[in-house]
Design a protein around this ligand. Sequence first.
Ligand code: COA
Ligand code: NAP
Length: 281
Amino acid sequence: MQVSDVLPPTMFAGKTVFVTGGGSGINLGVARNFAALGASLGICGRTAERLESARAELEGLGAKVSTSVADVRDYDALAAALETTRTELGPIDVLVCGAAGNFLAPAEAMSANGFKTVVEIDLIGSFNASRAAFEQLKETRGTILFISAPQGSVPHFAQAHCGAAKAGVDNLMRNLALEWGRYGIRSNGIVPGPIAGTEGMKRLGPQDDKANAEIQATIPLGTYGSVDDIGQAAVFLASPLASYVTGALLTVDGGAYLGGTRLMAHKIQSMLAQQKGRGDG
Ligand code: COA
Ligand code: NAP
């Protein structure tokens, strides 16, 4: 299913969407879904080749594209990228704060700089983008989407840096909803579950098929998500369908984090199935 099979392919015609970290993975998936509905796309990241390859993909969907090499930790570079996008595509209607960095590191083995680096990219980078885009968003009565993570609400082993950063992102999201609602700016977050084929899963997830199958069997909807699952949620939150939604975190995870006891739930299911097989269930 393509988003344009369900929604009008002109839904975001004349609108400009800017995605930090839009050159790859989930963020590029988000950009693609907006492009399929007629939006123009501004994307930034640190790697020119990655941005150029994303540009080709988005132009293939008919979008006008503006790319800027900018590190979200560098406020001036980000402000310049947003200004370039405005000049080339018009003022920004939707800002997606998606740039992030992560690696597995237990707290006792992580350097202070490792912790700081992730907080600077994820949290401070999200503030930098929001602050630098504020005047444009005020002009368009636009919307901000933060790409969060489950680590922001549920502690994960070897993820103290990401958990602290994304918890901060979630509260920044709510604070901006509170402060900027009076300008007509909405601010919401998306919490993706495990999304197949992404850099995040490559770095944090198991690499063998058996382990992946075991994990997927514990997810209520039975599978990892796709980048389009996140792109479609982003389109909804940025659309007029969500015009009264602000300060919300939309979890898109197939139920993976329900109750935090999915391993227990899975074991109970197996136990009940075994009992049934023995005729005592
Ligand atoms: N384990 C422990 N510490 C690590 C690490 C790892 N795997 N990778 C990096 N670090 C530490 C470094 O040792 C360094 O700390 P130090 O100066 O005390 O040694 C600190 O993190 C910064 O590393 P550096 O490589 O200089 O940072 P960077 O700014 O070039 O890159 C990262 C940022 C580290 C987050 C890098 O992994 C990255 O660019 N990630 C982007 C893509 C990504 O993570 N995608 C998944 C999103 S979910
Ligand atoms: P990804 O492809 O590595 O996406 C991260 C993007 O951010 C890259 O394009 C990267 O490009 C860019 N980036 C990194 N540091 C940057 C910086 N300092 N300045 C500007 N851009 C920077 O990884 P992903 O897995 O798709 O993750 C995307 C988002 O989803 C992240 O916010 C992540 O936390 C979230 N998420 C992912 C999962 C998952 O299953 N993958 C689950 C939950 C949440 P450059 O390196 O070229 O700069």
